[in-house]
Design a protein around this ligand. Sequence first.
Ligand SMILES: Nc1ncnc2c1ncn2[C@@H]1O[C@H](COP(=O)(O)OP(=O)(O)OP(=O)(O)O)[C@@H](O)[C@H]1O
Ligand SMILES: [Mg+2]
Length: 477
Amino acid sequence: MGNRQGSMDNWMSIDFGTSSSAVAIIRNETPELAPPLDSDAVDSKLFSSVAYVDKHENIWTCRQAELMGRQDPSRFLREFKLDIRDGRVLFDSEVTYVQLVAEILKTMKEAAERFLNDSIENLVLTVPATYYDDDEKTIVMKQAAGECGAGFKRIEILKEAQAAAVYYDYLEGQSGGRTLVYDLGGGTFDAVIVEHLETEYRLVGHHAGLEVGGKFFTEKILLDYLVKAGIGRRQATNDHRQRCEEIKRQLSYRETLPPITGESYTLTRSEFEHLISSDLDKTLESCGTLLRQTELQWSDLNRVLLIGGSCRIPLVRQKIEGRLHGMNAENTHIVWQCTENKKTIDPQSAVALGAAVYAMRKFIIPPPEPVTIGVLRNSFTGELYALKEGENVFGRSTNDADFAFPKDERMSRRHFSIEVTFNGSTYEYRLTDLRSSHGTIVDNMALSHQYTFAPTSAVLKGGEKISAGTTKFDFTI
Ligand SMILES: Nc1ncnc2c1ncn2[C@@H]1O[C@H](COP(=O)(O)OP(=O)(O)OP(=O)(O)O)[C@@H](O)[C@H]1O
Ligand SMILES: [Mg+2]
């Protein structure tokens, strides 16, 4: 049984993470997570990003690797995404990173094909904002995915943050605006600002690759444990680490740990928070640097989208809330596990699902070409802009020189958008500045009622409806 398309048209997506990876397919024009083949629990839809290289150079992946790694930790590889390069993975083996990643991608491809019940040749592979088109890591990832590796014929690379923003928009229904994607995963922290423009998700900037994340938080508990138990660092085993990982996860849901027979070590949530607090402060500093670099304020953001498994730690949200409050950015929403219209957005699968939505929109059901319904003329420069169905954004964020409004602080950063929708008989224009929506103007008559309006052109003045200062333009339908 196949999809609506032929198997050659099938797409899947992979978010290859430091500690875990997620895979999505598209069925009936809907993205779905494909679980590992050996997953027996309903909630374990993630793949463990680990491998084991045996003495005969065979590569074992994911769950099988975990089992083998217990017997021989010296040939077990975990959290190696940070080390990916053009070279070998172990000093005494010929296995390269390309081969290693290829095997992991193959495992995921197989699981996705089994889940879809069809073969899949095309892949959207997400990468961190720090990867560039031609850098070593991107090349290794592409080779691993390609025909000599996992066997994909077509590979599209997409930034993780863009994929997350796409998924948020997909759930929320074209929300628009600016999103700060706060991604606190296993190995790194990435802060990325994405701007939603019509069907495009533009990367405004990033401050990424900070080595703060879940593996370091677990490491801190492990150190505390070893010191208190009088065990030397070198004697630390995978079992110790596993126990500390479990303690960390439990503390996201409870203040104290339940007593365990035979276990004298314990840690409270507040003690754990004390261990990681300065690391979390670094993530906020990273966001602050990004905002300064992009000349934005916290209040210029429409939302902070929290992704990555480590965002499950309550202190992460508390710190961001505190920062938004301190910066008078109460209108900037924190999106955590659920969108404004109450759809679930899981922090560890949003990237893979968003990448699948991206593939669906771009390659499977491309959106209709927006219809031009009017012309907007900049009264100051005389330049003309086509006003289309969908979102039309004007102001410095598209391009500093784009639309030269006189500087007026009330017009927040000289930036607003007009969203045009056609409801069957009339066009609806929704004017939105950076912070908030200022009502919907239905049909041209209402437009003329609220603003100085001539039959073929409108002069929009500032006013309480749009805080556009002295913004002025001609609008021709
Ligand atoms: N309940 C929880 N409480 C605290 N941390 C958690 C919880 N669940 C998962 N994590 C942590 O989330 C991290 C994995 O998150 P995620 O899958 O987003 O990272 P990744 O994508 O593998 O890493 P990266 O994005 O850095 O490449 C792990 O370090 C894990 O310990
Ligand atoms: Mg990740």
